[in-house]
Design a protein around this ligand. Structure first.
Ligand SMILES: [Zn+2]
Length: 413
């Protein structure tokens, strides 16, 4: 039983729970489970507390609805927010000492309504706490679970003196962790002989030996402003948190062409699609083709729980997605659910990657402004293993069920 439930059970009247001990227990439960986020929201008859485990929400405890306001008040006091204000969104952060060390909490409060049986409107708040545990994070490229060939090629790209490396993938696909690991790798390779600077929104972790700047929109410290002035700081490696406008794209491309290694993320549905996205931001194809040296596509997939994974047979419709000649040697496995994985069948997460390296042939294709689909074909012809194929390999060797990659990776045929 988790600590929050134990605490509630120890009380004669759960609605009289003390907020200090309750909040401490909920957060400690989340940290113990290895969770990144806590969601607290009013449902019909209770205030549900859920934690995100391996990317999926799980119920932790149900609290009496009466505690809603007291709990939000307590959290807001911790984050130095206005505790009596419940009808507008608020955001803040707090430090908390736990038994395993200090953690940073980012809190967000959002007013919600819920109609009651009598027709009156109940107001409440949805509260989300994101946990940043510096003791738990390691930014080691070798430990992200990247495929061996991706790892070798990525390290070769990072060894180049100039050019742009772009990462792409949906929110929660591990882009930030991968970028921090890449910067840590560079810092370790070069020691104090290299100058590495970042511009981020926000800075999530402080990395040793790296200058990190945080965007501040209210003070007009935007990506373009920060990047332009950063160029006068003689950096060799520049990390840009995200390219989302033409001006930032333009400065970043120029930096990659003028002797800097630029690493950034960009939103796109595929690695090949990154080029069309940049061309839509008014970047000339010839600049793009000379500046970008690689695009890394990322997804995080859940892996089978080692305690309960067993052979299984996916349903026939899904099974067709596996090439017939691979089925004989395949070891298809799925977790059945046990106490170690809270009955989810999953035990952890691992990265699946697709690395589009820009060689002569791909460069020609970019110059010709080939449509994304065609550009992808050219890259595959040059040896790129797609996300789907990388995911399929993980299915064939029993790391994850077929359904998991169908859920998280676009099928490419
Ligand atoms: Zn299990």
């Amino acid at each position: 039983m988790n600590r929050a439930t134990e605490y509630l059970k120890s009380l004669d009247h759960p609605e009289q729970a003390e907020m200090g001990p309750l909040v401490d227990r909920v957060i400690q439960d989340a940290i113990d489970a290895g969770s990144s986020d806590i969601h607290i929201e009013p449902w019909d008859s209770s205030l549900v507390v859920r934690i995100r485990l391996n990317g999926v929400l799980q119920e932790l405890v149900h609290l009496p609805l009466e505690l809603s306001e007291k709990l939000s008040g307590r959290l807001k006091v911790m984050a130095n927010l206005i505790s009596y204000e419940t009808d507008r969104p608020q955001e803040g952060h707090a430090q908390l000492d736990t038994s395993s060390g200090g953690v940073e909490l980012r809190m967000s409060f959002f007013p919600v309504v819920r109609g009651s049986l009598q027709g009156s409107v109940l107001r409440g708040e949805k509260m989300v706490i994101r946990i940043f545990d510096p003791n738990k994070r390691s930014f080691n490229l070798d430990e992200l679970g990247f495929e061996a060939d991706t790892l070798i090629s990525l390290k070769q790209l990072l060894a180049r003196p100039s050019g742009m490396i772009l990462l792409t993938g949906p929110t929660g696909s591990g882009k930030t962790t991968a970028i921090y690991a890449a910067l840590t790798h560079l810092a370790q390779q070069h020691g104090s002989s290299i100058s590495i600077s970042t511009v981020e929104d926000p800075v999530e972790y402080n990395l040793p030996m790296i200058s990190q700047a945080q965007i501040h929109h209210a003070k007009d410290f935007t990506y373009p402003v920060a990047l332009r002035s950063l160029m006068r700081q003689d950096p060799q490696v520049i990390m840009v948190g995200e390219i989302r406008d033409a001006e930032t794209a333009n400065i970043a491309v120029q930096a990659g062409l003028t002797g800097h290694l630029v690493i950034s993320t960009i939103h796109s549905s595929s690695t090949a699609g990154v080029f069309a996205r940049m061309i839509n931001m008014n970047i000339e194809p010839f600049l793009l083709a000379s500046s970008v040296i690689g695009v890394l596509g990322l997804r995080l997939i859940r892996t089978n729980c080692p305690s309960c994974a067993m052979p299984y047979q996916p349903e026939a419709g899904y099974l067709k997605l596996i090439p017939e000649h691979r089925l004989d040697e395949a070891s298809l496995r799925q977790g059945g659910g046990c106490e170690h994985c809270l009955m989810t069948g999953f035990g952890g997460r691992v990265s699946v990657t697709e690395l589009l390296e820009v060689d002569e042939v791909v460069r020609e294709a970019i110059l010709e402004k080939l449509p994304t689909r065609k550009l992808q074909e050219v890259a595959v012809g040059q040896g790129m293993r797609t996300l789907w194929r990388a995911g399929l390999e993980r299915v064939l060797n029993g790391q994850t069920p077929l359904e998991e990659i169908i859920r998280s990776i676009p099928c490419d045929h």
